[in-house]
Design a protein around this ligand. Sequence first.
Ligand SMILES: NC(=O)c1ccc[n+]([C@@H]2O[C@H](COP(=O)([O-])OP(=O)(O)OC[C@H]3O[C@@H](n4cnc5c(N)ncnc54)[C@H](O)[C@@H]3O)[C@@H](O)[C@H]2O)c1
Ligand SMILES: [Zn+2]
Ligand SMILES: [Zn+2]
Length: 350
Amino acid sequence: MTSLQACVVHGAGDLRIEDRAPAAPGPGEVAIAVAYGGICGSDLHYYHRGAVGDFTVREPMVLGHEVVGRVAELGPGTPGPAVGDAVAVHPATPCGECRECREDHRNVCSRSRYLGSAAHSPHVQGGFTRRLVVPADQVRALPAGLDLSRAVLAEPLSVALHAVRQAGDVRGKRVLVTGAGPIGCLVVAVLRHAGAAEVVVSDLLAQPLATASAVGATATVPAGRPEDPAWPDDVDVAIEASGAPAGLAACVRRIRRGGTVVLLGLLPTGETGFLGNVVVTREITLRGAFRFDHEFAEALELLAGDLPVDPVVTHTFPVTDVIAAFDLAGDRSVASKVLIDFTVEEGSRR
Ligand SMILES: NC(=O)c1ccc[n+]([C@@H]2O[C@H](COP(=O)([O-])OP(=O)(O)OC[C@H]3O[C@@H](n4cnc5c(N)ncnc54)[C@H](O)[C@@H]3O)[C@@H](O)[C@H]2O)c1
Ligand SMILES: [Zn+2]
Ligand SMILES: [Zn+2]
């Protein structure tokens, strides 16, 4: 193999497939032959706007932080996993030294490096490449019986697991989830698995709501119709997974006294208004949920079981069609999670 295709963003609207020289794994590192990558909202933002929030692409950056594949080569002194083993990549490298890291709150480490992120300079190159070199401690062997094409959901499922953990014990509870994109739908599956009795899901679009039903929502409601009788009142828990201020407003409006609202969706930068007095008079708990840490292992175990999340993956494109993959992935009226298949031969087309 002389060169390797990688999906590189150069700025807003400028995504290219480029050949990159294959890097050799250094001491303690693993080279992975990437099999699948999942396109995430942040990848789409880097592609469309050249930025995620305030993090702007200032140099060419390989996208992607949801990646799985097989071990291709071990660096000097790297004990394992064995060449050929199927693995998933934990995308975060926390600093290990700050207060948050020392207190086992590593998902909020401000110095954490995340695959395919422009938060730091130089940027952290991502995993949408045929061959990815990472430190061995980011690599997790897949549990027996778990296919690579399902394991690629481990990263967003970890996000969902963390958000549900922030909600506390949901057994027997009534829950509202606002937003039925890939993240909201994975939250639904986790809520049902964790024993939530009712999970009502809102979205503006029909397709995401259909996916939410397929993964376990007990009812769905159109977000644009506040008078719809399907809206629940007095839910025990609400998880905001739309990133829209209107989604947060619905969560705060529908929560019972003493209930918990988890903010998972990334709201527009700047201030967001909502009914703050309801938080006071109903003694609502507001909790944030950012990324994940130990949940990654749990996500792989759940995927090896029968968690019904397959409907979340709606399309798979060969890496040679990556622009088409990104364009479709941004259209929630048809697509939920879109995968890139890196196992196709170079030069081949669909
Ligand atoms: N906190 C974290 O660690 C973390 C991690 C990953 C993603 N996110 C965020 O979570 C959110 C969901 O991620 P995703 O990939 O599923 O995004 P997405 O954009 O694919 O899905 C959002 C869904 O919300 C729907 N929506 C828009 N306005 C709505 C409203 N007012 N009420 C209900 N639904 C509405 C959209 O139609 C869409 O289906 C995004 O904001 C994303 O940035 C946060
Ligand atoms: Zn992601
Ligand atoms: Zn740290």
